[in-house]
Ligand binder design. Structure first.
Ligand code: ATP
Ligand code: MG
Length: 268
């Protein structure tokens, strides 16, 4: 069981000590990693994935439950630590959704495998606009369907306690629900993002600069309020996107039908 993950600070790209000496992350938290291109976001994610122990360019060390990698690496319960969902992932194995999920459930010694497989598909279908079926072939799934299935699979079937999400915003799945689903299962969710809404909804955000962890922020009350407003704007964009995706035309009547956020609250 993971109770705490600590990232112990190393050095920046200039070789000086990074500002944050330690960042602690707890199960159920969503942590956003933000920063400009080249600032070290992917390096931080990969340090966690590879249980860095002073042996990566950043010289960071990852500790789990106050244990150093050499100690927790031998604990079988912590061996399969990380599941990664990245934007360019697709299934390459040619089997049906059902067979894949049953196989995965079997490998995890899950008893009611078929029931769990059905739950995974139901869950995936809540994340994606185009429903997928048990009999669909994995390779025939769309990008958005594949990612939705991966998220549902990680949430319900995998025991990996840490989930690294790489830029989910364009992945064609309901990103907020996806992250909440993962965090709701008591997983640690780290998400690299440039999306203000995701960044503000996260419990913490790590600001990367020149390869180092420069700041640790929690959303302030004004940022939380802003996130609420952004969510309404986001809902409008999602609705328009969906209408356009389905081949709709945005006639004056259709535009009126869109549920615009309360004008006063937006300008407030
Ligand atoms: N602390 C560090 N010390 C030395 N090298 C580092 C450090 N952090 C990152 N780097 C290196 O700098 C390069 C850019 O970092 P990285 O790929 O993590 O940036 P990024 O923030 O993910 O950028 P992008 O937004 O373009 O994906 C990589 O080669 C990485 O290994
Ligand atoms: Mg990167």
């Amino acid at each position: 069981m993971i109770r705490k993950i600590a990232v112990l600070g190393g050095i920046t790209k200039s070789g000086v000590r990074e500002t944050l000496r330690m960042v602690e992350i707890y199960p159920g938290e969503i942590v956003a990693v933000v920063g400009p291109t080249g600032s070290g976001k992917s390096q931080l994610i990969s340090d966690i994935e590879y249980w860095a122990d002073g042996d990566t360019p950043s010289r960071r060390q990852i500790q789990i439950n106050d244990q150093v990698p050499a100690e927790f690496a031998v604990e079988t319960s912590l061996r399969r630590l990380v599941a990664e969902i990245s934007q360019n992932m697709n299934f390459v194995i040619d089997m049906s959704v059902r067979d894949f999920l049953l196989l995965h459930a079997e490998s995890r010694h899950i008893e009611n495998a078929l029931e769990v497989a059905k739950a995974v598909v139901d869950c995936a279908n809540q994340l994606t606009g185009e429903p997928l079926m048990m009999d669909d072939s994995l390779t025939a799934l769309s990008g958005g369907q594949s990612r939705a299935l991966m998220v549902a699979d990680v949430a319900l079937l995998s025991n990996a306690p840490i989930v690294l999400v790489d830029e989910i915003e364009n992945a064609g799945i309901n990103r907020l629900s996806a992250l909440r689903l993962l965090a709701g299962r008591g997983k640690v969710v780290l998400v690299v993002t440039h999306d203000p809404l995701l960044a503000l909804l996260a419990d913490k955000r790590i600001v990367m600069q020149n390869g180092g962890m420069a700041k640790l922020l929690t959303a302030s009350p004004s940022e939380k309020a802003l996130a609420g407003r952004l969510q309404k704007i986001d809902a409008v964009l999602c609705e328009l996107r969906e209408r356009i995706r389905l081949g709709g035309e945005l006639t004056p009547e259709a535009i009126k039908e869109v549920t615009w956020p309360d004008a006063q609250r937006v300008s407030a």
